[in-house]
Design a protein around this ligand. Sequence first.
Ligand code: HEC
Length: 244
Amino acid sequence: MTPRCALLGLVLVLAGGCAGVSSKTAAAAAAEAAFRPPAAAPGIALAAPVVPVVAAPVIPVAVPVVKPVEAPVEITEASFGCIRDLAPVRDFYVGNLAGDLEATLAAANGAGGGAWPVGSVVQLVPGEAMVKREPGFSAATGDWEFFQLDVHAGATQIAMRGTGQVTDAFGGNCVSCHSQAEAKWDMVCEAGHGCEPTGMTPMMAKALQNTDPRCGRLVLPAAQLRALSDHAAMRVAAARSAGR
Ligand code: HEC
């Protein structure tokens, strides 16, 4: 007899015979099938069509709402624009490239800190941004990607992007400062979260936001004009001391 037929023994009791097994009783074939080691498993697939098919009752099952697998956030130069088109929060601006601005605002305004949602964009000045990437993107930066941007009227160019290597216009490494923020603030520094200060005053940040060349022009109050020239002097001094 063929091994296939031996395996089929169990179902043959119902199905009524198999060429070559006639010398055995159906009960003996069934017993043999029951004790056959799992090595004979491939026969099971072949046996399948012989098993009488009983139509299973159709039970209505509520389809669970499956959260889609988080697709990587696609970030290009087109992802950035006039900083003032983002949502203002205290001294900085936020957005969400994954479309969940509400979650980003909740994180920005949460008194106790916590992780920022995927897609969050945070900008203090037009030329720098951090974007929260998908989980697993970069443990060392809390899944944040840092950007140094060149901004021009109507255009943004990504001068530098990444995790551990990105530096700002003063040559300072983004993550070396931002990782100083207490863990609960998820690398967002603000004033008082534990990061080394940059020397940029809130007035300078405001003036840079208000002179983003990608936005409409604003007339700046004298204090912001002064802050702009102080900031320019700071950049020159930083470049000199770095020998650039
Ligand atoms: C010398 C340390 C230092 C470096 C270098 C630095 N930052 Fe910051 N950054 C800060 C501090 C401190 C603040 C908070 C400023 C404030 O609100 O007074 C800040 C604020 C920000 C903010 C607003 C949200 C927040 O964390 O408060 C963004 C976005 C940001 N930085 C991005 C960058 C990026 C991108 C780079 C690199 C291209 C960079 N920073 C480099 C210290 C630094």
